[in-house]
Design a protein around this ligand. Structure first.
Ligand SMILES: NC(=O)c1ccc[n+]([C@@H]2O[C@H](COP(=O)([O-])OP(=O)(O)OC[C@H]3O[C@@H](n4cnc5c(N)ncnc54)[C@H](O)[C@@H]3O)[C@@H](O)[C@H]2O)c1
Length: 342
């Protein structure tokens, strides 16, 4: 088994998590860590003396021994870095969102195809055991027909300057909703506001319509008193809450529903319905939780070794970005409904 040599570009808040995870994978060697900020590089050198550090990403891309790179820099830089890496025959794992606009994301997908390289996007939640359990429950029919779904992703910070709260946070929820429902939305409508004195919004309230009358909503904010990472799915037979901040019991299945029963008003016809509320027990299934990023890194390596299409490939990243672009369009037009499909 040939060793895969990896370079990590971007060692800010998130990049070191890639270094840690890839360093623990058999047959993988993290050769380089790159950042423009020398302080970040000294930090990495202190933790991993064997890794070469550089401020110049081209040093990594020019090294023929490097087979793959991870791009964990701000979104505005993703396209240029990923394009150059693919064109130098490196497999690429780029953080979300894949790029900052739909055209460049589509270009990246084409370039990856032309160079026959793996292009994977860091939609981490698809590697989250709780989300996979939730998806399994929906697909099994256990919760009945999905009526509606909503998420809350709030906290005080971290505040970004390169993208707004929707671009940063809702990207996760779009990826998760598409994955849970196996569909992408038909339309979106979003309102947001910037309070902290920059151009992009700090909070957004986003409504999405999915096929089959499934209504969805996302509340994202980095200006909120409480850290919440929650998804609620309301179905005709059961209701589920996914709480990413509760690793011991991330999924709670509520045996709750409203039944419509016809009731006989006279002997010849059924005219009225009676709403009967059923409230049973709450089930918290045991879920073997593993760090989602570890599973994501292992998946990237497996796709390289076996020449497989990643679960979160460039096309998947592009689909998410199309929804995000529609959200941003709606935000700029005060909540106007933006259609994604006829
Ligand atoms: N999947 C997840 O759960 C998750 C979580 C956090 C962040 N992210 C994503 O990871 C990416 C990075 O986020 P972050 O929070 O670490 O940001 P950050 O600002 O903390 O770090 C980014 C780093 O990239 C460096 N950088 C910028 N341009 C560079 C270049 N040309 N060459 C080398 N280094 C460069 C900066 O100096 C900085 O240290 C973003 O795309 C973000 O959306 C994903």
């Amino acid at each position: 088994m040939d060793k895969i040599n990896i370079g990590i570009i971007g060692c800010g808040h998130w990049g070191p998590n890639f270094i840690r995870n890839f360093s623990q994978i058999k047959g993988v060697s993290v050769k380089y860590a790159c950042d423009l900020n020398p302080d970040r590089l000294s930090h990495i050198k202190g933790l991993y003396p064997q890794i070469d550090t550089t401020r110049d990403y081209l040093q990594i891309l020019k090294d023929p021994k490097i087979g793959a790179v991870v791009i964990s820099t701000p979104a505005v830089t993703h396209f240029r870095l990923a394009k150059e890496a693919l064109e130098r025959n490196k497999h690429v794992l780029v953080e979300k969102p894949i790029t900052s606009d739909v055209d460049s994301a589509a270009k990246l997908v084409r370039i990856a195809g032309r160079y026959k390289r793996i292009l994977m996007v860091g939609h981490t939640f698809k590697f989250n055991s709780g989300i996979n359990k939730l998806r399994g429950l929906i697909r099994s029919g256990k919760i009945g027909r999905v009526y509606y779904i909503y998420s809350r992703r709030t906290n005080l910070g971290p505040i970004r300057r390169d993208i707004g709260a929707a671009g940063d946070l809702a990207t996760h929820d779009i990826s998760v909703f598409n994955y849970l429902l196996d569909k992408s939305p038909l339309s979106v409508s979003a309102r947001g506001q910037n309070y902290l004195g920059h151009e992009l919004e700090d909070v957004s309230f986003i409504t999405l319509s999915f096929p089959g009358k499934v209504l969805a909503h996302m509340h994202v904010s980095w200006l909120d008193p409480k850290k919440v990472r929650e998804i609620v799915v309301v179905g005709s037979k059961r209701m589920i809450i996914f709480d990413d901040l509760n690793p011991d019991a991330p999924i709670s299945i509520y045996d709750k529903k409203v039944m419509r029963k016809k009731f006989r008003q006279d002997y010849d016809s059924f005219k009225e319905f009676q709403m009967i509320i059923h409230s049973g027990k709450v089930d918290t299934p045991k879920i073997k939780m593993e760090e989602p990023l570890k599973r994501e890194c292992l998946h990237f390596v497996e796709c390289i070794r076996k020449d497989r299409t990643p679960l979160t490939d460039g096309r998947d990243g592009l689909e998410v970005l199309k929804v995000l672009a529609a959200i941003q369009d709606s935000l700029s037009r005060n909540g106007a409904e933006v259609l994604l499909k006829e």
